[in-house]
Design a protein around this ligand. Sequence first.
Ligand code: GLN
Ligand code: ZN
Length: 773
Amino acid sequence: MTAAMNLGFPRMGGQRELKKALERFWSNRSDADNLEAVARQLRAAHWRLQQAAGIAHIPSNDFSLYDHVLDTAVMVGMIPERFKHLPAGVERDFAMARGVAHEGERIGAAALEMTKWFDTNYHYLVPEIGPGQGFTLGSTKPVDEFLEAKGLGITTRPVLLGPASLLLLGKAKGENFDPIALWPRLLPVYEEILRRLSAAGAPWVQIDEPCLVTDASVRALPALEPIFERLAGAAGSMNILLATYFGGLADALPTVFRLPVKAVHLDLVRGSDPLHEVLPLVQPDQVLSLGLVDGRNIWKADLTQALGRAEKAADLLGADRLWIAPSCSLLHVPVDLEGETGLDPELKNWLAFARQKLDEVSLIARGVEGGRSAIEEALAENEAALRSRRDSPRTRSLEVRRRLAAVTPEALARAHPYPARKAAQRHRTPLPILPTTTIGSFPQTDEVRKARASFRSGKWRADEYDAFLKARVVEAIRWQEEVGIDVLVHGEFERNDMVEYFGENLEGFAFTANGWVQSYGSRCVKPPVIFGDVTRRGPMTVAWAEYAQSLTARPVKGMLTGPVTILQWSFVRDDQPRRETCWQIALAIRDEVVDLEQAGIGVIQIDEPALREGLPLRHKDWADYLQWAVDAFRLASAAVRDETQIHTHMCYCEFNDIIASIAALDADVISIETSRSQMELLGAFAEFRYPNEVGPGVYDIHSPRVPSPQQIEQLLDRALAVLSPEQLWVNPDCGLKTRRWEEVKPALVALVAAARSVRQRLEGASVSAPGIP
Ligand code: GLN
Ligand code: ZN
């Protein structure tokens, strides 16, 4: 029998119940029992929902209060020294996830680092591994949750993050040390867990090894066979499903099917392993799980096409050696489309969230089992929905397509190279050396948020809200003038979010009411849906920039989000290459840039914090992505005159391996995050001899700590060791919207004081040493 199965379900709940429960707990408004009760209810509801959808293999231990990588680290006893004094339990888990503040007697401890889970927008906590790491059984969560479901009458398949991926995802503490080498020491804990799961009566266990779809798999491959030999031994009569997702296995394919596992899951949406090459590798007693329904996006699956692929596999393997599944865990899509009453019926009919995807999985399985006639009606409905999407005039704009087709190489390049532009910019916008600026946003205070809510709910008229925002801009401009900042910003008070704001002002975007996905811990994001060709209805930011500029003689910097970031942080249409969607957005931003210039704005910043995030998982695919992503930025920015200064901003990423692409953006100025690493990140810019101007962040905006002028001066001196004074800008790490004015004000006063002091020193030096150019 072809079984429908699932790899993982979103944890938060359709109404973000988990988020609310976590935040109540953290702010001492509830206790651990309350939190656990909410978690239990969610798990039970999700298991039942999957059962009702006809899923035969329902996962457990896919739930987590914070993060499944953290849970796995705790399970194997990877507790960093600084948390060891805390008793095991949720409090210690949250301490590792969120850090402990230093307070009176209590010694503080920094949280584990957080980083992106492969190329998703989910962030996991990075386990720390030193060469001396020992492993012990630290929790029995997988067994407990299996038994919890069993108690409800539901037999689940516990999910474990596999030992190879756990080690590869960790952060090596120590030189020349590869954590994968520790697998023999780690294995006994996994063996113990498998023995306990088997004893508890689990018929299957799912071992996730997503690292096998990355280049890091070469480090794991030699260990894979001995690892799985031992796991299979410990599992006894319990069967192992090895799950891979987010890409193809490529060279790892033959090894994976040689392992002593009873089933292998492949991502057939993102994976590029051709089915006809996979099928002959499946051992006679193995089951193949086909990931046919996209777990990373919100579009309805093409059921006929998916069924076709499944039938092909069934022909060779037999229907009872096949499972149908989503491509990966459904963690990355919202829970339920049903409640989205705000979406128009046509668009809604094109979408599928987690719940609807499970229905699709079930349908495909039934289609393989009982033939197409068994699901005739559903197939017809699905075809009609796909046709409606394919044929809808809403998804295509002839004008945009013509314009995109006509883009020439000249459109991707500024009129003159940077040195010529620099002179023109100096002339148009005279600035001192080491000019000071900020990254764009000022505090989004309760007052600002309340005003937005009042406007959105209809309590405030548009003109009332507008007057409120203008008053905030006036305050911000006056205040920046007083402090003595050189290039001002209007403060972004009108923006809820740097992507949503633009999406709401562009054609081709739709917004859900409840389409939340987990970003990290209790943090969720609600990505816009890009369903059609992107066009600008009209200017989006010009009035704000113009208004701010009318208030001051100092230059005001226009503030835009770049095309790659808008693309990365949205659910993107799957009926054309990402590149094309990105370039359409770029054209819209390009028009905005030109309008800003025409309105008299001489400095324009285009933020691209997500540029690096878009990098494909396999290194061989990097060059292609970087080419079109960089060109998208250039398309957005290059239409301006020499004297208009283009800035970009990026934060919290490694620059070393993409520095050439960053330079290829050809922005006149780039501001980057560097203060947390004490300017270490600047090394890449120095080594590369980055030609344009750079604003290395001089204070960490994620910390409420206010820096002193001396600290900032020290950082500026470090920057000056590798950059020339003509290249250097002075700015914070990132936007200030999450901070309070009480923190921002003294910090920026210190920043200006530090810049002035270094300027004086430099100018003094050049006066006393006239021979030096
Ligand atoms: N201009 C944006 C801001 O200041 C940049 C945010 C970001 O880089 N994430 O808020
Ligand atoms: Zn930033």
